[in-house]
Design a protein around this ligand. Structure first.
Ligand SMILES: [Zn+2]
Length: 138
């Protein structure tokens, strides 16, 4: 068994391996795989299956690639889109969970999102980030 893992680690030496982009793509493959259970049109089902295979081939290609600079650059470009999207989803989930107790308002000066207690009326809010004071209605 030891020998097996040593062989794998020797094989992976100088190769790119897994990064965030590959992990997200792997998750995407599983999601598409599950969605495809509910696609009953045979042609559409087959096309989705092929797309998934192509994504898997792309993941393997990236993981085994020896062009580490290029793969890192791909990952950096991916993170530029992925991180804001992930943060937006997280923030939206929190906003929905908080909706009974808090409302969110943007600071007019620095654009930071501020959480304001959900009490009817006009409130004076001071932004903790830039100390700007403004009035907001709830
Ligand atoms: Zn501010």
């Amino acid at each position: 068994m030891m020998n097996f893992f040593r062989k794998i680690s020797m094989f992976m030496q100088g190769r790119y391996g897994l990064d965030t982009m590959n992990k997200v793509l792997t998750a995407l493959v599983f999601i598409i795989y599950i969605i495809n259970f509910f696609v009953f049109n045979r042609t559409a089902h087959f096309v989705i299956f092929l797309i998934n295979l192509a994504i898997i081939a792309f993941i393997i290609f990236r993981a085994l690639s020896r062009n580490i600079n290029k793969r890192s650059a791909e990952n950096r470009a991916f993170l530029k889109v992925y991180e804001p999207a992930k943060n937006w989803v997280r923030f939206t989930i929190r906003r929905i969970k908080d909706r009974d107790n808090y409302r969110y308002r943007k600071c007019p000066a620095c654009k930071a999102m501020l959480r304001v207690k959900n009490k009817k009326g006009t409130h004076t809010v001071r932004c903790p980030k830039c100390r700007y004071e403004f009035k907001t209605k709830i």
